[in-house]
Design a protein around this ligand. Structure first.
Ligand SMILES: [Zn+2]
Length: 285
């Protein structure tokens, strides 16, 4: 029961956030979209169904059970450090986001993980529906990552649930195609990952994809010098260089994509997409 209630609430809350972002990105679009929203929405949500099942029955309950176990046995860094409750809670939340930075990095750098994360990146437009487009295999690997992280840091189970809710909302927000006023987004981007910042992570230019790994806070990319803010959104081609044909990216093909031979990061023409970096401290338009 401890698991069922938060999971159901998280899904309902997510649905509300998605509807609001769908409305905002429809009224205030950021990037010009190449394909119809409805068609991509249907494709992305059907692809995500097995992943939702994994999240509901394993990716949330198993790590949560690990966190409860660690709490009961006083196991993990934050239990041993014995700070006051407030510091422990904040540290647990921030450490989870930092650990996720490394997990996202690993999803790009470890060939086995990339096979699955590639499905997410092959979307030829990016909007709030892209936030659901994850192969269930990536969710299965995430169970091990989350359980290990919660165990090592000894994160409180309640903090993990709160983190998970905010993590999902942040993922919907930074994938959305919502054009925030640039000055406002630059202020947000002093702390959090924003749609323009994450748009650069979905570029077909590999150096740009290999940047901006953060989910909630943008500090980790600053810390690791992987923060890239120099590309205007109208100059970005969204997707993966070797997968440019939407007929190759149907629901069935996306689900088997990780088990097929992976293509090198080259355009179908054989070209390697490039762009000169222009280091910028502020987000480009
Ligand atoms: Zn990624």
């Amino acid at each position: 029961m401890i698991v069922a209630v938060p999971a159901a609430r998280i899904r309902a809350r997510d649905a509300g956030i998605v509807l609001i972002l769908l409305f905002l990105q429809w009224h205030f679009p950021l990037r010009r979209q190449n394909f119809g929203v409805l068609r991509r929405l249907v494709r992305n949500y059907i692809v995500s169904i097995p992943g939702f099942v994994v999240v509901r029955f394993a990716m949330l309950p198993i790590p949560l059970a690990v966190a409860v176990w660690a709490q009961n046995r006083h196991f993990g860094l934050l239990h041993w450090l014995n700070f006051n409750a407030c510091v422990t809670a904040v540290a647990g939340f921030v450490l989870m986001d930092y650990a996720y930075w490394w997990w996202h990095y690993a999803n790009h750098m470890v060939p086995l993980f990339w096979r699955f994360h590639n499905v997410h990146h092959t979307d030829l437009d990016m909007d709030v529906t892209t936030a659901a487009r994850f192969h269930f295999g990536e969710m299965v690997f995430s169970i091990g990552f989350l359980s290990g992280t919660l165990l090592v840091f000894g994160v409180d189970p309640l903090i993990f649930v709160i983190f998970f809710i905010i993590f999902e909302a942040a993922t919907c927000f930074h994938h959305s195609n919502w054009r925030l006023p640039l000055r406002l987004e630059r202020i947000f981007n002093m702390i959090i990952v924003t749609p323009r910042m994450h748009g650069i992570h979905h570029s077909i230019v590999q150096r740009e994809t290999n940047s901006n790994w953060g989910t909630i806070f943008c500090w980790w990319d600053k810390l690791h010098r992987t923060l890239r803010r120099d590309v205007p959104q109208d100059k970005i081609d969204i997707g993966v260089a070797a997968y440019r044909d939407e007929h190759e990216l149907t629901i069935g093909r996306l689900l088997v994509l990780p088990f097929r031979k992976q293509r090198a990061w080259r355009l179908p023409s054989g070209e390697f997409p490039e762009r000169e970096p222009r280091p910028a401290s502020n987000l480009a338009e």
